[in-house]
Design a binder for this molecule. Sequence first.
Ligand code: NOJ
Ligand code: CA
Length: 516
Amino acid sequence: MSETWWRGAAIYQVYLRSFADGNGDGIGDLAGLRSRLPYLSDLGVDAIWLNPWYPSPMADGGYDVADYRDIEPSFGTLAEAEKFIQEAHALGIRTIIDIVPNHGSDQQKWFLDALAAGPGSAERERFWFAEGNGDLPPNDWKSIFGGPAWTRVPDGQWYLHLFAPEQPDFNWNNPEVVEEFHDVLRFWFDRGVDGIRIDSAALLIKDFDSEEESYTDHDGVHTIYQGWRQISDEYGERILIGEVWLPDQERFALYLRPNEMHTAFNFDFMARRWEAAELRASIDLTLATHVPIGAPPTWVLSNHDVPRPVTKYGRAVTSFDHAERNDGMPSDLVLGERRARAAALMAMALPGSLYVYQGEELGLPEVDDIPDELRQDPMWTRSKHTVPGRDGCRVPLPWSGQEPPFGYSTGEPWLPQPASWKGLTAEAQTADESSMLSLYKAGLRIRRAELGDGSLRWLDSPEGVLAFARESGLACVANFNPDAVELPPHEGVLLASGPLEGNLLPSDTAVWLRTG
Ligand code: NOJ
Ligand code: CA
């Protein structure tokens, strides 16, 4: 593999807690993941990104890290993590882990030390502790999960948490914090990790002098990532991937300068409506942002924070936005699956790297009817039960068999799986050439041979149709119209997201054609 393996990689996102359970306690773990490595190798992915695997009280699904240098006991041990990295390497699969620099857990030693040391101590300087205004918090910033962004401690001071109260924000103006994370990066690179996904990457620097809430995208973050890049460069072939949600593409591009991150998630495509002109605008914008700085675009259809594509694309509103989540909006899942299949062929054909969130390759729908008392996402409680939150896309995977737990575990899964998933197990889909899984496998195989990094050329196409060609002569054509359209001239059909009607491409269908 080459130095620039990441530019065109297909990266599979493992939400470990829900992937596969190796010991029957209902919680996914490293033993389960290791036993399923052949599945991922067969699927044809180049790397695995794991959501946080550190010891954690799980107030936010592991994004509340209690120890950055160890493994959550319910997931396994550090020795097992090292074995996993080696076994994956032996199959040609790289490992990317999640680092959470904006905040830790309130059970992390640093925070416990800060509580014990009291106001004015060096220990408190690692976080944002402050006096309030009488009985009110220091300012009126709101938590991203709802409610105030400050929580009071018994001695009267308040601390900042942009997310849940169990996730105190670090003070990145403190050189000790900078040093600590440099050391954490080295710790994992030394253990063979190939890349780091940086959580909430744009939020690290706060401006408390501002009149309003001011913590997104301050220039100071770039100094931090330039420091990280020096470390990853020392190791070679190790990459930094930013979770950077920013509406302004010029600001976004700054994170991808040659001395900063290698790539960042492009959420624009995922957020757009299912509509030809919208998606074309998104592709053009993405390319225009990335090409001038020489960074490869990334394509993301889903992750553990957003509704499953099959459900999203079957709704009356097919876009996604954090403020208006459309949770629970009814969905036509047959239509949604058709579109999700077409979207997958488009995303796989576009130039750059690709992310596939576990279960996307099985076409799992969002689980909208999790019983309220089982919901775990802090969004649900912090929003005072107005936002159901993200549990619906985090339900354990169905592997095999006719009923829950579908080979996921021998015990009871931590979130219940719908009985209706029996046709969606990996086993059932492996045996079915027309399944979503078979489509992903075929697509990833062709993608590995001739797509990935590079550029595209738009082809003339009727309204409501997107058509582009890649360097190899592969053309991807997607029809968003209600009626079928004629295929452009071609030398053969390589793959289609649904049945073709002779030389016609039906509605909400995409096809890969061999052209001259
Ligand atoms: C983004 C992560 O993807 C999400 O799951 C988490 O809740 C927040 N960052 C806070 O860490
Ligand atoms: Ca387990």
